[in-house]
Design a protein around this ligand. Structure first.
Ligand code: HEC
Ligand code: HEC
Length: 307
């Protein structure tokens, strides 16, 4: 630092380096001063309006004159969303609004499908898979859960039928023929069932199928073997196998053989019976609200197979 001031006419502090570099004592620029004052004023205003200064007890803090908190803002946002939702909910829960009416109203349907998706995940996906993709049978004893996204229905695919299925549950019953028919007769019936699924028939098996004192199968499956929605008796003429056991060989024959010999939901008289119970979600079962059941029916209907 130099002893002599080489710039005697300047407003400097007398601090020099290398005789050229020196510290001046001019006022800071105007814009900078304004910024400085604006920021402490802003701080005071902020302290006054918003919660800010913690107190010594660590629990309390200055509350601010606006009464704002992050939690109250969150609650207000939530209330605003609820208000929008409530209009839809009221419409859906109104007993005068049928599931078919929801399907006919695009906006209401979109809302219903979105909110039912959560319900489906909570109550249905464990059995039917996410998106109603079904869960196949892992063994003859475990019957699996039907796909809800296709157009193959046991109990009918209109939105009203689906709603009834969910509300009351379903339990289709088929007797165990192992107790009253011979092994050969059951094998012939199974051959007939496999032939039906391929568009053909098996003469001896068909005879048994329509003979009321033998199979009497037509009573539930119909003369055309296409099944009846009211009974949930499967359509035997399509290629969809409710109880198919996956695996090589003639597994369709093996599957039909098992179903015919041991029946469906007849475990009281035959422990090897197929078990196929759709639980009730109305007041007789899980007691979901009528509105929730309606939402679920709409959701299932639009998965792909609704009629
Ligand atoms: C404990 C397992 C289980 C749960 C949970 C379950 N289901 Fe089912 N569901 C079944 C079974 C098994 C069947 C087939 C019954 C049969 O074969 O007769 C079925 C059948 C159905 C059917 C009839 C399909 C047809 O082809 O007609 C619909 C619709 C259905 N379920 C919807 C639902 C919905 C919606 C939920 C959720 C609210 C649900 N299920 C929850 C087991 C379940
Ligand atoms: C009392 C009514 C009833 C009678 C009688 C009956 N069934 Fe069934 N059948 C059902 C029901 C209900 C189902 C189960 C559908 C379900 O829950 O998935 C079924 C299912 C089946 C299946 C399984 C279909 C599949 O997709 O896996 C076969 C095969 C079958 N029946 C064949 C027969 C034959 C053959 C006879 C006569 C020997 C017969 N049924 C008599 C009601 C009946």
């Amino acid at each position: 630092m130099s002893e002599n001031n080489p710039f005697p006419n300047e407003n400097n502090t007398g601090h020099f380096w290398d005789d050229t570099l020196r510290e001046l004592s001019n006022d800071p620029p105007g814009w900078w001063t304004i910024g400085l004052h604006a920021s402490w004023i802003w701080c005071l205003v902020y302290f006054f309006l918003y919660p800010s200064i913690p107190s010594l007890d660590l629990e309390g803090y200055s509350k601010g004159s606006l009464g704002w908190t992050a939690v109250s803002e969150y609650k207000a946002d939530l209330a605003a969303i609820d208000e929008v939702r409530q209009k839809w909910e009221d419409k859906i829960n109104d007993p005068k609004t049928s599931a078919a009416m929801i399907l006919a109203d695009d906006d209401l349907k979109n809302y219903t499908v979105r909110s039912a998706k959560v319900l489906f995940g909570d109550y249905c996906a464990a059995c039917h898979g996410s998106g109603g993709s079904g869960n196949g049978a892992m063994s003859a004893a475990q019957s699996g859960y039907p796909v809800l996204a296709d157009d193959d229905w046991l109990y009918g695919g209109t939105v009203e039928q689906i709603e009834t299925t969910i509300y009351n549950g379903r339990k289709g019953i088929m007797p165990n023929y192992g107790a009253r028919l011979s092994e050969t007769e059951i094998a012939d019936l199974a051959k007939h069932v496999v032939a039906l699924s391929e568009g053909g028939e098996h003469a001896v098996g068909k005879e048994l199928f329509i003979n009321p004192t033998k199979g009497g199968c037509f009573a539930c499956h119909g003369m055309d073997a296409k099944g009846m929605a009211a009974l949930g008796s499967a359509n035997l003429t399509d290629a969809v196998w409710r109880f198919e056991v996956s695996g090589g060989g003639d597994h369709r024959h093996a599957s039909a053989l098992h179903t015919i010999a041991h029946g469906v939901n007849s475990e009281l008289i035959d422990p090897a019976s197929r078990n196929a119970v759709m639980p009730a979600f109305g007041p007789l079962g899980k007691d979901l609200s009528a509105g929730s059941v309606k939402k679920l029916a709409v959701y299932v209907h639009q998965l792909g197979g609704g009629q």
